[in-house]
Each structure stands twice: as C-alpha cells, then as structure tokens.
Design a protein around this ligand. Structure first.
Ligand SMILES: [Zn+2]
Length: 394
C-alpha cells in the first residue's frame, strides 16, 4: 500500500476558524484518503512532498454550474450542436478544476445527456483533470419556462408529467433534480416575479428525488416563486434575490440551503454595456435587492452554499474563487463563513467524505501562497496547486 507524506504545511481544515501550523499530512495513494496529520515523528512514506510552509485548504465544492454554456455570449449559445457543446464543456471542466473547484453540481446543460455522460466518463477514468460531478441531466421547467433557453429543459405541466420526467431523468443517470420555480434574468420572455412550476409539481419532484437519496435545487429569484419552492420542500434555493422575512424564517425551519450566485450578478453589471438593455435592467434590479436579501439570510443563520452559475453572461469558469470575495465585500460575511459555504455545499450534496481536510476524508486540496483566513483573495491565486485524492492535477 503506497503512501505520500506532505510536509511543512499550514492547514485550514475547513472546519475550524484557525490555521494549524507546521504539520505533515499522510495520504494513502490507494484510497486517496487522508490517513493522519501530525507535527513531529514523521511517518514512513513512499514519497514525500515538501510544501515549504504553504497553506492548504479543501478543494472547492461548487453546486451551481452550466458547463456547456458559453459565458462569452448574452444568450449562452444554447443552440450549439452537441459536438461544439461537449468540447466547450470539457474545456470548462478543466478550467474549473484548475481554478480550485474539485467537485461540481451541474444545474443544466443545453443537451440532455451531456453532463450525465461526462460524469460517467470521469468515473470510468476516461475523462481526467476535471472536477468530480453531480449531474442534473434535464432541468425541469414548465412549457415555455426558464431553462428552455438552454435547449435542455424538460417541459412538464402537471404532477404526473413531473413524476415521469424525474424518473426518466434518473433512469438516464442524473444524480440530482433542478426545478425552475420562477423566470429569470437571462430569459427574454419572462421575469423573476413570474412563478413557473407550481407547488404540487415541485412536491412530486421532491418526493421522487428524495426516494432516490438525491437532492432538489430550485431556481427561484423572486416571489411568489421562492415561497412556492419553500412550500414544495426543496433542498436548496438558488439565487433568492427578493427574500421576505417570513421566507427566511421558513427556510430556517425547513433547513433549506441558499446558493447566492453573487458572481453571476456582479459580472453582468461589470459587462453591462455589452448586454441587451432588458437583461441589464433585470440584473441591476436583482443586484440591488439581492445583496440585501442574502445579507439578511446570512445574519439569520440560513446555511449558504457555494455556487457560481458559471456559463451565465461573462461569468466564466476560471474565477470561481471571486465568489468568496463577493461574499465578504458585498454581504459582510467573515472570511471563515465565506469559505465554509464550500463545506455546506458538500453537506447539501451529501458528499460525506469531501468538503473538509480531516482524517478519513479524501485528499482534495488546494496549495496557496497566502493564508485564506486572513484574506479570501488568496484562493484566487492563478498558479495554485490542485490535488484530487492526493494526486496533483494542476
Ligand atoms: Zn443557473
């Protein structure tokens, strides 16, 4: 059984708000898991890697991505054929891992089997240097609803149609469900204040998904759609730009996670000149209310997850870690609480062996020059080393 010993490292374990200094970490190369940490009496190993006093932290778990969508266009180039979309998705997955994201949830591609197939190839070792994946397959939406824009939505218009669609999606290999509870910023024909899938439809999605042991993410930007998603009992609500205090209380009671996707709004504003006016106006309104909503949710203690909505306009795959900085700068989170959103993401997805660096967990970690608890910008370091299961990938 071969082992690798990493020496001379400073550890942020993702659990405690402190750096443990001058440690060694022993990784079992066969399992990819961490066997032990220590500060003296270095154990025997087949290979030693001296990290020269650098900082290590858990690889990022990003619960909201659209890997086949082109962030360089206002409409995501959703009409692209499957070959073009797949080549683009593979490039984006490489970029995500290089930027520090070691696990992703797919929240919708523009071809239904795309993320499911890439996930299968990754698990079989035929697609390497990419994050591990939780693919959603087809997002569930109403006829003409949000997500059809990606060309990849499954249009369902009754609880029975939802049951059939969710079961089919799982039979095809999906590992989670995405439902569209409201319109959105990127769809020209609707608005975030328009509710879309109804409570009975989403309740069926939750029932079927939970019976498989998976989780449901609801796209919900405003009301009454946010309330509908809460009543349906989804596991996480994505965006939540217009939250009421009643909804915050209900999310707390039902232990629903919130994925802010701040970077999606922020990049639209930064590139506002290049977008259609209708899209920019929606985004400006969302940002104004969104930062306030998320701040109130954070203060109330709702667990926030880490998601970037990468694939949205100008929201690329190379800079996921900017989301941590926006959480600190725009929402008022502490550095530790911002970094903890990645651990919450692992909890949401029930990835019990990921999200933290502890004995028995997988050795998915980033090597940084600077302390991320002092400044979360440290995670944005372009040439950081990225390890999965103890093996260096970038
Ligand atoms: Zn999205």
């Amino acid at each position: 059984m071969s082992k690798t010993l990493f020496t001379n490292l400073n550890l942020f374990d993702g659990v405690h708000n402190k750096i443990s200094r001058n440690l060694w970490m022993l990784v079992n190369n066969n399992t990819g898991k961490i066997e032990d940490f220590g500060s003296d009496n270095e154990p025997f190993a087949d290979k030693t890697v001296n990290l020269h006093g650098k900082y290590i932290m858990p690889g990022i778990v990003n619960v909201h991505t659209h890997v086949s969508i082109d962030p360089r266009t206002p409409d995501g180039d959703g009409n692209a054929d499957i070959v073009t979309s797949t080549v683009r998705a593979v490039k984006h997955l490489h970029q995500l891992l290089k930027s520090g994201v070691t696990y992703v949830r797919g929240c919708g591609c523009n071809h239904e089997m795309l993320d499911i197939t890439l996930n299968k190839l990754q698990r079989e070792g035929r697609l390497t240097k990419v994050p591990r994946m939780v693919p959603c397959g087809k997002p569930m939406t109403m006829t003409g609803g949000h997500g059809i824009l990606f060309g990849g939505g499954d249009e369902v218009d009754s609880p029975d149609e939802m049951r059939k669609a969710v079961r089919t999606n799982f039979a095809n290999g999906a590992k989670c469900t995405k439902v569209m509870a409201t319109g959105g910023v990127m769809s020209v024909n609707d608005n975030m204040t328009q509710p879309q899938l109804k409570v009975p439809e989403m309740k069926v999605a939750v029932e079927e998904t939970h019976s498989k042991g998976f989780v449901v993410a609801a796209h919900a930007e405003a009301n009454p759609g946010i309330m509908n998603a809460i009543k349906a009992g989804v596991d996480s609500i994505e965006h939540c730009f217009y939250l009421t205090s009643q909804e915050i209380q209900m999310m707390l009671n039902k232990k629903i996670y919130l994925t802010p996707t701040l970077i999606a709004l922020w990049t639209i504003i930064v590139h506002g000149d290049e977008l259609p006016k209708w899209e920019l106006n929606k985004a400006l309104d969302c940002m104004h209310h969104g930062f306030d909503s998320i701040h109130r949710a954070y203060k109330a203690g709702i667990p926030l997850t880490f998601g970037t909505d990468s694939g949205c306009p100008y929201d690329g795959f190379t800079n996921s870690a900017i989301e941590f900085q926006l959480m600190v700068d725009k929402i008022g989170m502490t550095n530790f609480d911002a970094l903890e959103t990645s651990r919450n993401s692992a909890k949401l997805l029930k990835l019990k062996d990921y999200g933290t660096l502890q004995k028995g967990k997988y050795a998915d970690f980033l090597v940084l020059n600077h302390d991320p608890l002092q400044n979360v910008k440290a995670v944005q370091q372009a040439d950081k080393a990225v390890y999965q299961h103890g093996k260096r990938e970038y």
